[in-house]
Design a protein around this ligand. Sequence first.
Ligand code: ATP
Ligand code: MG
Length: 579
Amino acid sequence: MKVSQMLISTLRENPAEAEIVSHQLLLRAGLIRKSASGIYIYLPLGMRVLEKISAIVREEMNRFGGQELLLPIVQPAELWQETKRWDVYGEEMFRLKDRHNRDFCLGPTHEEIITDLVRREVNSYKQLPLLLYQIQNKYRDEKRPRFGLMRGREFVMKDLYSFDRDQEGLEHSYKKMYQAYTNVFKRCGLDFRVVEADSGAIGGSTTHEFMVLAETGEAAIVYCDECDYAANVEKAEAIPMETEKEPAAEMELVATPDARTIEEVAGYLKVSPKRLIKTLFYRADDEIVAVLLRGDREVNEVKLQNHLDCLQLELADPKQIEEIAESPVGFVGPVGLNVKILADKEIPLLTNAVAGANREGYHYKNVNPGRDFEIDEVADLRQVEAGEPCPKCGAKLNSARGIEVGQIFQLGTKYSEALNAKYTDENGQEQLLVMGCYGIGISRTMAAAIEQNHDENGIIWPITIAPAQVVIVPVSTKEEAQVEAAEKLYRACLNAGLEVILDDRDERAGVKFKDADLIGYPIRVTVGKRTVNEGTVDVKLRHSGEEQAVQLTEATSHLKELVDNLFKQYQAQYEGITA
Ligand code: ATP
Ligand code: MG
């Protein structure tokens, strides 16, 4: 395409609403425009990137046996009622009514629809396994849509669903998708880690997230350099640490006027926060429970919610706590408490600890769990931090932030059971289908790629997902000879199968160079005076800044070779598992 004929509009300044670099550059490079909060227009250049990522995803899904279909966005409430998710999904679901007052929603995900399809179409084991996928908009009325394409309310997702006869089949499908996802993100030029994750509301057990490492990532992960362990902190197992043991001393009530926080109490009593018992109160559905952690630890609400197996979990409000503990919040503790007590695994290891006395202005010293209060349940309830031992090999864990670009789940029979989706096996017996689901955020991947590939001048697209591979810039459109040479090269490149854009606008060269850097084409070719006088063009690589004069007569083959070489950096693995 020629820039003079394209809808390209770049912005010089960072739009005030954009907090992170991908959002800023997506807007500035003219790839997207906002329509409403969390809802975006993809401009032609942005659309090209989206299509490139989609094409890579399609290739990898097909390679591993996926079949593409297209499911409806508008979904009837009845199916969601069958799985009981109509109520569970809550405010994130966009709901609507048709003219007959029937309930529908805009699909936030498609387990219900696809399982309904498969229960109608599949009868026999001979039709299995099936891997069905689509690439389509998803709708989630996110509480905090932000960061441009990172967390939208309308976004593009690839979702694949696997249907197998049994767990063994599911595990094979899961392996295939694991490999397919690894290939996708490699080919998109992303530095990522695969982490063990929590399965949350969607159900099932085994699940992995694909995390692009970036400081702006919303997820915290821990990983080990010595072995392959990596996990979302929501999930990461905490190894209980022993606190120095002391012979149990008699419990003692001590005045701690004005010392309410862990730091204040530890400072006042001159003990390490490790020896303090932090007492938190949660409302789990309709029950209030106390949660005990060492003073230097943070609670992990995902672990807590999983342990309690409740639908709603929130910190109890201070009024309720005061009623239960008969003391202001800063002085509450487990001794003499009348609610269920959950303790993190480190609590039973404490001796002579400090805890609130449930009396304003006082704490207890020498509290010994088991002797001075009973624990109802012990579990891993805390957040893991960098520097703690890896649960697999014991080496020190590192921490990083990640952008979740994909997640794969072994669902098992959660949806087939709810929707009664069965097949008949070789013995004529009816069996539940065993399912997996696998999502990639296509639009989020686009943003994540920018987070990892940019400099102060703009985007640096990996060649595999760039809106075009080459941009040709004639320095002066007033010079007939330059225009002609640029046109000729442009046509030769097109004929050679290169994805090329000709910036034929009547603009100063500086403006065109700036735009080329901002938009982030991997290769820029400058056609100028030297082209006319000496028969050479300047070929510049966006990622390294390397620039080289190339004979015009050899320019096309040179560019082709450059493109091929750049592609080689992003090759995926195709050995081992196949469809
Ligand atoms: P998150 O925890 O970030 O809200 P999720 O776990 O709810 O995401 P999934 O249901 O696993 O998301 O969806 C599959 C993929 O879709 C995610 O890995 C992510 O890449 C993408 N995705 C999810 N929500 C959004 C969103 N609001 N905007 C853009 N992409 C999203
Ligand atoms: Mg997820």
